[in-house]
Design a protein around this ligand. Structure first.
Ligand SMILES: Nc1ncnc2c1ncn2[C@@H]1O[C@H](COP(=O)(O)OP(=O)(O)OP(=O)(O)O)[C@@H](O)[C@H]1O
Length: 265
């Protein structure tokens, strides 16, 4: 494995005026190897999505550096940033919200290529759309001309994955992509992500509240608390031998919840 991403001392402040300003991320540092699947966990509002959105160029940090694939992304704008934007894609929690209801599936999957300006040739763009749909096991002949409301929740989430894949990314930030799906669809999506990881070596930063799901899927876990990564390590180690008091509390609470539901961690 070799280094794909290194995030150093990331800081993000929300709010316009000084009185309103709060630092969501104080000092976030972590790294990811090529093809690695790493879980990012933490309490609600801890800033997990903010980390993901910054990596996917949907927001800018106030301070800190991001090295990706050997290049420093910090401060890059316009065309220079776009070169890397296609390499870091994001899939979202809510398949119902993340797709425009007025666009056909083929246009939705083509859209990232137009935004990134990464494939100018129309025929090649269409071929990439077909390839992406096939990769997520949706028959292009059957699905390309449909609208999102004509798809099931699981199929819509697959369209989200196809939109990320069409850019041929090296890293996908998965922002709680399974939380709106029932147990069997959750498993299907995880199997699909595993297949794509093995086939293309795509790395994932997998944001989740579902710690049981990270077992057997994420090789490492990062724990975000009060704007910092307070615990990190191999998934089983973090779950079985957490070090930081917050992680100990969180794992204990989740274990008792899972125990009540009969799904032992
Ligand atoms: N655009 C914004 N403007 C102001 N505050 C924001 C903005 N986006 C997020 N926040 C705040 O930043 C904090 C972190 O939000 P974020 O969505 O990153 O957390 P999270 O850990 O992903 O939460 P959850 O697990 O509930 O999805 C929250 O308090 C949120 O209200």
């Amino acid at each position: 494995m070799s280094l794909l991403l290194n995030v150093d001392s990331l800081r993000k402040v929300y709010g316009q005026t000084k009185n309103e300003q709060t630092a969501v991320l104080e000092d976030v540092s972590f790294s990811l190897q090529r093809g690695e699947i790493v879980g990012l966990i933490g309490a609600s509002g801890a800033g997990k999505s903010t980390v993901g959105r910054i990596l996917a160029s949907l927001e800018q940090q106030n301070a800190g550096t991001i090295w990706f694939d050997g290049s420093n992304l910090t401060g890059l704008t316009g065309k220079k940033r776009r070169v890397f934007a296609k390499d870091i894609q994001m899939i979202f929690q809510d398949p119902y919200d993340s797709l425009s209801s007025r666009m056909r599936i083929s246009d939705l999957v083509e859209e990232p290529l137009l935004i990134q300006k990464s494939e100018k040739d129309l025929a090649k763009r269409r071929a990439r759309v077909v390839e992406a749909l096939e990769l997520v096991s949706l028959d292009p002949k059957k699905y390309a001309m449909r609208y999102p409301h004509e798809l099931s929740g699981g199929e819509r989430q697959r369209i989200g994955v196809a939109r990320a894949l069409v850019c041929r990314p090296k890293l996908i930030v998965c922002d709680e992509p399974t939380s709106m799906l029932d147990a069997s669809l959750r498993l299907e999506l995880i199997q699909l992500l595993k297949k794509l990881n093995r086939k293309f070596g795509i790395a994932y930063l997998f944001i989740t509240h579902d710690i049981a799901l990270t077992k057997g899927f994420c090789s490492r876990l990062l724990v975000l608390y009060e704007g910092r990564i307070v615990d990190q390590g191999e998934t089983d180690m973090v779950i079985e031998q957490p070090e930081h008091p917050f992680t100990i509390r969180m794992i204990k609470a989740l274990k008792s919840l899972e125990h009540k539901k009969g799904e032992l961690l």
